[in-house]
Design a protein around this ligand. Structure first.
Ligand SMILES: O=c1nc[nH]c2c1ncn2[C@H]1C[C@H](O)[C@@H](COP(=O)(O)OP(=O)(O)OP(=O)(O)O)O1
Ligand SMILES: [Mg+2]
Length: 197
């Protein structure tokens, strides 16, 4: 089976990529599955694209192999676009999903449903040593719930209600999330490249 390395240590992302790539007959392996896990890469960029490039290119260099990286996050209009590029560390360096959720809900205290619009954004970077890095983006529109609900997924899923749905992303079956998510859409955009693999 063909294989691609995903430059992530986030288990939630890794599980989704395994499912998504299996449809293309490709085995997706994350960094935690390698014999020697590479050290953390500093995400010093100011955009999703910059951080995706940092993760993909540095990992491809270390492993001398094609690598895909995902930089993603939640953009909330009533919070002027926060947490955005800083989604993982919104409530501090410990990357605590629950603390991040609490901070978003607290920031939206008293904001009515129609003003709670938000979107998940995912930028994928594929870096191959000696080649130009390619980028694709996917967006999933929705709004922020008043309380958390659901156990599936990861990150901000318990407070994100996708457009045309009445449940949070964490209440949807994982196959449903994998049809509509920002990650799934970005990967669809990579289709032509995937078909060549
Ligand atoms: O589908 C999603 N459902 C819920 N939350 C999500 C999703 N996609 C991204 N997110 C949130 C989680 C994290 O707070 C941030 C990603 O940060 P990001 O730096 O890309 O990932 P990360 O540090 O967790 O792992 P890594 O850099 O090793 O891939 O956005
Ligand atoms: Mg990260």
């Amino acid at each position: 089976m063909k294989e691609i390395i995903i430059a992530t240590k986030n288990q939630g992302k890794a599980i989704e990529f395994k499912e998504l790539f299996s449809k293309y007959g490709i085995n997706a392996r994350s960094l935690t599955e390698l014999d020697r896990e590479p050290k953390d890469i500093d995400e010093t960029g100011n955009t999703f694209q910059e951080n995706a490039a940092l993760k993909a290119e540095q990992t491809a260099e270390i492993l001398s192999a094609p690598v895909l990286a995902d930089d993603s996050g939640l953009v909330v209009d009533a919070l002027d676009g926060e947490p955005g590029v800083y989604s993982a560390r919104y409530a501090g360096d410990q990357k605590d999903d629950q603390a991040n959720i609490n901070k978003v809900l607290h920031g939206l205290d008293g904001v009515p449903a129609e003003k709670r619009t938000a979107r998940f954004i995912c930028v994928l970077a594929v870096a191959t040593p000696g080649e130009e890095t390619i980028f694709r983006q996917g967006i999933c529109e929705g709004h922020i719930a008043h309380t958390e609900a659901g156990e599936n997924g990861f990150g901000y899923d318990p407070i994100f209600i996708p457009e045309r749905y009445e449940k949070t992303m964490a209440q949807l079956p994982k196959a449903e999330k994998n049809r509509i998510s920002h990650r799934a859409k970005a990967l669809q955009e990579l289709g032509a490249w995937l078909d060549k693999q």
